[in-house]
Design a protein. Structure first.
Length: 246
């Protein structure tokens, strides 16, 4: 009676003393099912392969939920996140499969470089780069998606920038930054012109036509976009007699 040996059916797995004899009856706890080979959980008097109350025995991400079908407990696909809670790392239900993150809310994707939950090979789920601004809805700070990266503003439409720094430009390695409106409409992508430099020409006056060499010096110019500047000098000369005056 102590080990229920002899009571080998899922509907009568427990051995009890009736006073005049021993008899098999329904289970009242999981221990009453331990001697059975594959049905170790007691569900309302019947031993089953899993536990309907907490999904114990359903350890696969594709069949994590325990249900009773015709009084037989069996594992099936998840319907809600709660059906995955007993699994250690895949606690979100995504269309019947438990995953590391939630494809509907991007829950558990908390790193800005990978805010989006996506399905990957083998029906698993992982956090990946963003595809649109909505992938950052869970972040406290305002973030935008551009080119698969998290940025503070968008160069495409200046989202995230307000006057007086209303123009978003790409700044390497800082990322996108907001700056004042560019003074030249010819700059590509609304990028701001370089600032802070000087132009020097030697010699500044005099010289002999077709003989004197002039040197141009550009010093201290900085790109407001954080990029590399490319210079091009255009020269013109004004002659007076045999001398160059400018």
């Amino acid at each position: 009676m102590s080990d229920n040996i002899g009571c080998g059916t899922s509907s009568a797995s427990k051995c009890v003393d009736t006073g005049s004899a021993y008899a098999c009856t329904t289970c009242s706890s999981d221990t009453d099912c331990n001697h059975l080979s594959a049905t170790h959980y007691c569900n309302s008097g019947t031993c089953g392969a899993c536990k309907t109350s907490d999904n114990s025995g359903c350890s696969s991400v594709t069949t994590s939920k325990c249900i009773s079908l015709l009084s037989i407990a069996q594992c099936t696909a998840c319907a809600i996140d709660l059906d995955c809670n007993h699994l250690s790392s895949t606690t979100y239900c995504n269309n019947g499969t438990c995953g590391l993150c939630s494809t509907s809310t991007n829950a558990d994707c908390s790193a800005p470089p990978a805010p989006k939950c996506s399905i990957s090979s083998g029906s698993t789920f992982s956090c990946t780069t963003c595809s649109d601004d909505s992938d950052y809805a869970n972040f406290l700070s305002t973030s935008f998606c551009e080119g698969g990266s998290c940025v503070t503003c968008k160069t495409s439409d200046n989202s995230g920038c307000t006057p007086p720094n209303s123009v978003c430009v790409s700044s390497i390695p800082s990322g996108n930054i907001c700056t004042s409106s560019p003074t030249s409409s010819s700059c590509p992508n609304n990028n701001s012109p370089p600032i802070g430099g000087t132009l020097g020409v030697t010699p500044t006056t005099g010289g002999i036509p077709l003989s004197t060499s002039f040197t141009g010096n550009l010093n201290g110019w900085l790109s407001q976009n954080g990029g590399t500047l490319t210079y091009a000098l255009e020269c013109s000369r004004i002659y007076q007699g045999n001398s160059i005056i400018s």
